[in-house]
Write a protein of this length. Sequence first.
Length: 136
Amino acid sequence: MEFVFTWTLYVLLVVGAGLWIRHLYAVRRNVVRENERLAEQLGSTIERLNLLSAGVQELEGKHRELFSRFRHDCMNPLGSIKGFVALLRDPHFGELNDRQRRCVENIERSSEGLLNLVEATSKAIPLEEPTEAAKL
C-alpha cells in the first residue's frame, strides 16, 4: 500500500509539475505577444511624434520668417520717420513754431515708443535657429 501511495504521489507531482510548466509556457507566450504589441504601438507612437516634431519645426521656421518680415517692415519706416524728424529739428531748414515743435515731439515720441516695442518683441522672440546644444 505504501508503494502505491508513494507511486501515486510521485505521479501526481509529475503531472502537477507538467501542468505548472505548461502554465508557465502559456504565460510566457502571452508576455511575448504583449511585448510585441507594445513594441509595435511604441513604434507607431514614435512615428507620430516624429511627424509632429517635423510639423513644429516647419511652423517655427514660418514663425521666424513672418516675424523677421514684420520687424523689417516696421523698422524701415521708423528709420525714415526718425530721419525726417531730425531734418525738421535742424535749424538750417528754419525754426519751428510751438505747434510744429509739439507735433514733431509727438512724432518723435511715438516713433521711439514703436521702436522700443519692436525691439522688446525682438528680444522676446529670437529670430535665429536654435543651436543643437540649445535644443538638447
